[in-house]
Design a protein around this ligand. Structure first.
Ligand SMILES: *[C@@H]1O[C@H](CO)[C@@H](O)[C@H](O)[C@H]1NC(C)=O
Ligand SMILES: *[C@@H]1O[C@H](CO)[C@@H](O)[C@H](O)[C@H]1NC(C)=O
Ligand SMILES: *[C@@H]1O[C@H](CO)[C@@H](O)[C@H](O)[C@H]1NC(C)=O
Ligand SMILES: *[C@@H]1O[C@H](CO)[C@@H](O)[C@H](O)[C@H]1NC(C)=O
Ligand SMILES: *[C@@H]1O[C@H](CO)[C@@H](O)[C@H](O)[C@H]1NC(C)=O
Ligand SMILES: *[C@@H]1O[C@H](CO)[C@@H](O)[C@H](O)[C@H]1NC(C)=O
Ligand SMILES: *[C@@H]1O[C@H](CO)[C@@H](O)[C@H](O)[C@H]1NC(C)=O
Length: 361
């Protein structure tokens, strides 16, 4: 009698375990992340840079506290990983070790740009997009070793992963629009600069394709002129709004070219699918945003970096604010953003389709 009961218990445990495995299986085997502070989850913690945030009040709503995420809680990649069914967050390259890299690695670095020099003069060290690609080579050879040095198996495995690329904001805010540090605005008109950036990003995305990426989600820029830092740098009043609009227009030029680049790459690169996420659209048309605070950050910020002051005060109704510091969205905003990138609510959100479709390919 007792042994029958024990048997039933064991069977039940096995059943639940199998079921949880089935439910816990992510939609794709791995997620690799390239980008800047919107995606970074700890890669800058040991760099000599102003662009770091592993101190309170960052992480005030994150179970582990400050981790190097530029947010009060989870960032957009954390939400994306959850929506894709991953049980854990994607580890930062800086600390990712052993088998966990099979689920993907996050290479994103606060202040990083498409261009190598971006942020170097005004922020310090950062891992540019080219260096992030180099770091991915290291991961790839580790994965190849773990999969038994079988090149075909590795290629097959890497082709099923999703690759998220969200970069370019700093090439404007921490390069082109800082003429006191960088010559780019004297060398290029805004039109020309968008071409230069898109050409370089095109090479970087092609490298990623050559490394075996086949499912790529590429994020356009949001309205980067409207972040509290730029509003305050531009100054308030009529002149300020022209300055804000000028930055937003530059971002729009980049976005238009990015979208057409991705459709060209879809035609040119066999078996690859690149999708464009329209961050401007998502930022402009989410109904809940209308009631949120959009002009001031939630935390007390340093007027030099735009980041929260260490151990400074925060607003208490954090879910009511769009901006956490003077640059980065709150967790509430990131949830909304990742949600629409994953499952589009309007045909403009993602093209040709959203990340949930990309995962199913
Ligand atoms: C950027 O730096 C990397 C090394 O970190 C180098 O391989 C690459 O050629 C540089 N790119 C440009 C455009 O200078
Ligand atoms: C890998 O694939 C190629 C062609 O797809 C094939 O010729 C080769 O034998 C495969 N190698 C292994 C080790 O399976
Ligand atoms: C602009 O206005 C905002 C909110 O009204 C304020 O927080 C900020 O300090 C002002 N910036 C400047 C440079 O006056
Ligand atoms: C495209 O996919 C097919 C089918 O999986 C495969 O045989 C072929 O090698 C792939 N080509 C490239 C360039 O990836
Ligand atoms: C993104 O959406 C915005 C607002 O809905 C639209 O004005 C813009 O043209 C779109 N951007 C691209 C590159 O399609
Ligand atoms: C930044 O804040 C300090 C005081 O905290 C003030 O002295 C300085 O003028 C401010 N700088 C700008 C550019 O607003
Ligand atoms: C958030 O709280 C602040 C004070 O803590 C208040 O002034 C503001 O109106 C609140 N905002 C919203 C949208 O509830």
């Amino acid at each position: 009698m007792a042994s029958k009961k024990l048997m039933m218990t064991i069977l039940w445990i096995v059943f639940v375990f199998l079921q949880s495995c089935a439910n816990g299986k992510p939609q794709v085997p791995c997620l690799f992340v390239f980008g800047d502070s919107l995606s970074d989850d700890g890669n800058n913690n040991n760099l000599v840079t102003l662009a770091k945030c592993n101190y309170r009040p960052y992480g005030i709503d994150f179970p582990k506290g400050p981790t190097g995420r530029f947010s009060n809680g989870r960032n957009m990649i954390d939400f994306l990983a959850q929506l894709l069914g991953f049980e854990d967050y994607i580890p930062p390259f800086a600390t990712a070790r052993g088998k966990e890299i099979l689920k993907g690695v996050n290479y994103a670095s606060g202040a990083a740009g498409i261009r190598n020099e971006t942020s170097g003069q005004n922020q310090g060290d950062r891992i540019s997009m080219d260096r992030q690609l180099k770091n991915h080579e290291t991961t790839m050879s580790e994965i190849n070793r773990m999969l038994g040095n079988n090149h075909n198996t590795t290629v097959e495995y890497l082709s099923k992963c999703i690759y998220s690329v969200a970069i370019g904001s700093n090439d404007y805010l921490s390069n082109y629009f800082l003429p006191q540090y960088y010559p780019t605005s004297r060398l290029y008109t805004q039109q020309q600069y968008a071409v230069v950036l898109i050409d370089q990003l095109s090479q970087q995305l092609t490298t990623l394709y050559q490394y075996g990426a086949r499912k790529l989600a590429v994020f356009g820029l949001s309205e980067i002129g409207s972040i509290p830092l730029e509003r305050s740098l531009c100054g308030n009043g009529t002149k300020g709004s022209a300055c804000v609009d000028n930055i937003n227009n530059a971002a729009q030029l980049f976005n238009d070219r990015l979208k057409s680049l991705l459709s060209q790459l879809n035609n040119k690169l066999t078996n690859a699918t690149f999708i464009f996420i329209n961050a401007t659209e998502i930022g402009a048309t989410s109904p809940s945003l209308a009631s949120m605070v959009a002009d001031v950050p939630c935390c007390k910020v340093s007027n030099i970096t735009g980041l929260c002051k260490p151990f400074g005060n925060t607003c208490s109704n954090r879910s009511q604010y769009i901006y956490w510091d003077a640059i980065h969205p709150t967790e509430a905003m990131d949830a909304l953003f990742a949600g629409r990138a994953y499952k589009a609510q309007s045909p403009n959100d993602a093209s040709p389709f959203d990340i949930s479709h990309l995962a199913q390919l």
